[in-house]
Write a protein that binds this ligand. Sequence first.
Ligand SMILES: NC(=O)c1ccc[n+]([C@@H]2O[C@H](COP(=O)([O-])OP(=O)(O)OC[C@H]3O[C@@H](n4cnc5c(N)ncnc54)[C@H](O)[C@@H]3O)[C@@H](O)[C@H]2O)c1
Length: 330
Amino acid sequence: MAQHKILIVGVGSIGERHTRCFQSTNRAQIRICEPNDTLRKTVAERYHLQHAYASLDDALVDPPTAAIVATPAQMHIAMSQRLAEKGIHLLIEKPLSTSLDGTETLVQTVRKKKLTAAVAYVHRANPTLTAMRQLIQSGRYGKPIQATIVTGQHFPTYRPAYREIYYTRHETGGGAIQDALTHMLNAGEWLLGPMDRVMADAQHLALPGVTVEDSVNVVARHGPIMAIYSLNQHQALNELIVTVLCEGGTIRFEYPDKLRWMTSPTTQQWQHQEFPPLERDTLFTNQASAFLDAVEGKSPPLCSLEEGLHTLKLNLALLQGVQSPPWIVI
Ligand SMILES: NC(=O)c1ccc[n+]([C@@H]2O[C@H](COP(=O)([O-])OP(=O)(O)OC[C@H]3O[C@@H](n4cnc5c(N)ncnc54)[C@H](O)[C@@H]3O)[C@@H](O)[C@H]2O)c1
């Protein structure tokens, strides 16, 4: 099997996961780039890595085939531009950025150099959600007409250091919209097509020690399809339920691996398809394999740079929109 030289840029929380999951494909020789000395040494030792660089300059002396950009969001575009100019394929963490600065130049460079460039919206690597998309697209239950995406989790449990990382400020990719809702928006677009109109309400309700919004409600249109997105980062229950109402049936995905549908209003019986239980690392290993397939020209990337850019535009529109929601005061 081809061994690709894969550079992980930033081995914080998600960069370490990429290190582990790319390694587990057995298709990659991993090298890392991380300025934090302790972290760099720890990760290099943990995964038996021969090459661990303190800077991108050092890492580019022996250029990799592809780079995984896993630094805070405001650094993604400048780093990706530099890597793309060297002819290095890219998997860029979400969100693509925190502004549109430099994004069109990056798109042009990627096209000119004929690179694979993907954005790491990892829900696209979930086999059950993929099956839901295929079911919608098959037209078996008619056209989709309405959707609800409801999700919540207790962020302090999953990211105890949330007060010390990028999450605390919008400028570094923080807050519920750029951190978590962006995954849902991107998955929604993947299932239902591009979103072209949005309005939203967001607020900080509960997370201690931060002021950014931790709760969001969005009303959206994917062309003719009406959609609602509701997300919070403080409830005890870890849930993600995507319900798509088609003309002839209701299809429901429950994270991580449940898919069911109902067509009869009288029997009220769900039908379902079984999927193997899904571990979080499996999503990232699937994403790594799909990215390597794309680099090898076997299939398009799961989420193209252009699709990631569209989701970035949604993030920015919502951040602006929530400053003055169009309330009708009663
Ligand atoms: N897909 C997901 O589920 C998921 C989950 C968590 C984070 N993320 C995204 O991944 C990105 C990183 O998040 P994180 O939680 O890993 O953050 P983090 O703070 O844990 O890690 C970021 C790392 O980048 C390093 N870094 C900073 N400057 C650098 C430079 N010049 N060169 C190389 N490394 C540098 C930092 O030292 C740090 O170790 C963010 O965009 C975040 O939104 C995605």
